[in-house]
Ligand binder design. Structure first.
Ligand SMILES: Cc1cc2nc3c(=O)[nH]c(=O)nc-3n(C[C@H](O)[C@H](O)[C@H](O)COP(=O)(O)OP(=O)(O)OC[C@H]3O[C@@H](n4cnc5c(N)ncnc54)[C@H](O)[C@@H]3O)c2cc1C
Length: 421
């Protein structure tokens, strides 16, 4: 299904959901594509998500409210949002930058940019699902927010109004509605919202594997190696791999998620890239407990029925790249599974993933500063699965020299070089 016929060879660094989606879109445009990743396709952060195609997800973690909550977060022991004090001090510049983007006018800017991009979710996703025959890996089940009481519901109302302004359709629920829709919930949630028309992926790793198989069966190579350095020249880009080999290509897509910052030569924006660590716990074969993903909003996670079982996924931990899983956070999720479903506090699996995040909670999509051959597609934080298709489409349009389907000037990587993130 190569729609156009470009003779260029393009390398994609990273075989997560973003890199694979870029590779597929480039393939559709007729480019010769090589994907490079030391790990199996999709096995990074993309494998462990909450599985939702979160078109309603325009509200960032950045919020004016964080200024007030920050002192308590630094000392929180039982919260879905935790900040490691030592790491925060070491990354003080990033933290301050993040807080600067919690001012009301900046948050409004982020919401509008995310909302604009999210509106194109299906433009980018549908062609990839059709091309790779992956429609059996998604299902329209809707999605539910639940609130313990009216106070929580009211606190979330203004954000929900903003979601509605950006196209989300939802129906308010009372406790009886919630119980009718999800009879296995053991906690009484007095209020809720039922979002219509929302899809979920049934297994995000399987989706990545399907994409990778399609690429390999259609003349694209997936090279198992780590890119250690990237150098751009007037007529090519050279990638140095950890196995000592070099790949020379016409253009390169940097889609290595949170770990892109460790590639030598990708520029100043790496200092602005950090990670919001997120966790899941999985209860195998317990997917029958829910009919749709349910987010316990103020507890900071989603409970999602998926092919493998029931997954409770979410939380945000600012603690960098090197610390091991925080047992306190997995215990927190397991405790919530017990309260919510009467499941044991010992899940079948615990998992830590690394959301790639810039301080302004916007992805970087576009050519690097002064570059004509290196395109960035990183920083999708909580929305990488949702935005994967449209990101791939935008990247392929840029690489082809076509007018992008959506104005991405605010997502330009150069905003991060300018200390303007
Ligand atoms: C708990 C949790 C729940 C989430 N829920 C949702 C959700 O419901 N909906 C949603 O839309 N999003 C969700 N997300 C966010 C989403 O999972 C991420 O935004 C997305 O997976 C990021 O994809 P990626 O391809 O950029 O990164 P990754 O999946 O991390 O892939 C990057 C790849 O690059 C490779 N790589 C790194 N360095 C190099 C190198 N030097 N050379 C070559 N390859 C390299 C890595 O090995 C990896 O395979 C969630 C995230 C978490 C943590």
């Amino acid at each position: 299904m190569d729609a156009e016929n470009h003779t260029q060879h393009i390398a994609v660094i990273g075989a997560g959901i973003i890199g694979l989606s870029c590779a597929l879109w480039l393939k559709r445009k007729g480019f010769r594509v090589t994907v490079v990743d030391p790990q199996p396709p999709g096995s990074g952060t993309s494998s462990g998500s909450a599985c939702t195609i979160a078109e309603y997800g325009c509200i960032p973690v950045n919020s004016p409210d964080l200024f007030r909550r920050l002192p308590s977060l630094l000392f929180a022991k039982n919260s879905p949002l935790t900040v490691n004090r030592i790491y925060a001090l070491r990354r003080l510049g990033w933290m301050v930058d993040f807080l600067m983007h919690c001012r009301a006018h900046r948050v409004e800017h982020i919401i509008n940019e995310l909302g604009g991009l999210l509106a194109h979710t299906w433009d980018g996703l549908t062609p990839l699902l059709d091309m790779t025959e992956a429609r059996n890996l998604i299902e329209e089940r809707g999605f539910m927010h639940v609130y313990r009481d009216q106070r929580e519901f009211d606190l979330a109302w203004s954000a929900n109004q903003v979601r509605s302004k950006h196209g989300a359709r939802f129906t308010p629920l009372d406790s009886r509605d919630i119980n009718d829709l999800e009879p296995n919930l053991k906690i009484k949630f007095e209020r809720g919202l039922l979002f219509d028309g929302i899809y979920q992926v049934l297994d995000p790793l399987a989706l990545c594997e399907r994409y990778a198989t399609y690429l390999e069966q259609n003349n694209s190579q997936i090279v198992q190696a780590r890119v250690v350095a990237l150098r751009e020249y007037s007529d090519n880009v050279k990638l140095s791999l950890d196995n000592g080999e070099t790949i020379k290509v016409d253009q390169t897509i940097v889609a290595a998620g949170a770990f892109a910052k460790f590639i030598d030569g990708i520029g100043k924006l790496t200092s602005k890239l950090d990670t919001e660590r997120g966790y899941h716990v999985l209860y195998r074969d317990q997917q029958h407990l829910l009919s749709r993903p349910v987010s316990w909003h103020f507890a900071g996670f989603y409970a999602t029925p998926m092919n493998l079982g029931l997954r409770l996924a979410g939380t945000v931990e600012i603690a960098g790249y090197h610390k091991k899983q925080n047992a306190r956070i997995t215990a927190y999720l397991a405790r919530k599974a017990h309260e919510m479903f009467d499941l044991p506090e010992t899940p079948d699996q615990t998992w830590l993933g690394f959301r790639p995040t810039f301080p302004d909670s916007l992805p970087a999509i576009g050519y690097g500063t002064d570059s004509t051959r290196v395109i960035f597609a990183i920083g999708h934080h909580h929305l990488g699965l949702t935005l994967s298709g449209i990101t791939g489409q935008l990247v392929a349009e840029l690489a082809s020299g076509d007018e992008p389907v959506h104005n991405i000037s605010a997502l330009s990587p150069s905003r991060l070089d300018q200390g303007n993130s």
